[in-house]
Write a protein that binds this ligand. Sequence first.
Ligand code: NI
Ligand code: MN
Length: 222
Amino acid sequence: MVKFRYIHHACFILETETDAIIFDPFLDGNPAGITADDIKVSHVLVSHAHADHIGDAAAIAKHNKALLISTAEIAGWAESNDIKAHAMHLGGTHLFPFGKVRVTPAFHGSGIAGGHACGFIVDFYGTTIYFAGDTALFSDMRLLSELENIDYAVLPIGDNFTMGPSDALMAIKLLGVKKVIPIHYNTWPIIAQDPLKFKELAEESTNAKVFIVKPATSLELV
Ligand code: NI
Ligand code: MN
């Protein structure tokens, strides 16, 4: 059984009884007061180097001796800080012990020289999650569902820095996914959104079910 454990913002953990991986580990201000020392993971995935995503990646990777998976530029930064890293890039796939990772484009700043922001499609022990990262809506999202069998799409809805709710609605249509988890909202007033309104709209106008996962809670992925 795979669990989606939401820390807050764009930070979440996918876990089974025996393994866990963390995405965009920005812990500042998380409601459960979780620190880097509390996190036990085998892998750290980083979508881009903005502070609200790369966050505590170095500390978490170091104390877990975890493998950091990201774009080549961020992997290079990690290695220069004595962190084990696996460099990938847009369009690339690779098989890890937990399953396959595909790096997807994200239309957003990379936060690091020469880089590109990304998202990930991760097969985690048989459950496939598309984490869009920070991104604008883009029509090639349509292709992602042709390339991978996505069970859950984890989409930003905060607006201002990323897609807002109405663009995320279009993303659901392009992806054709059946299960959606909104993230990257309500961390600060500038990205305040009503997830219930988003859920209502999405469930009215698409075939998707929207799962609102509160920070510091978990959802069983079935
Ligand atoms: Ni960003
Ligand atoms: Mn962000």
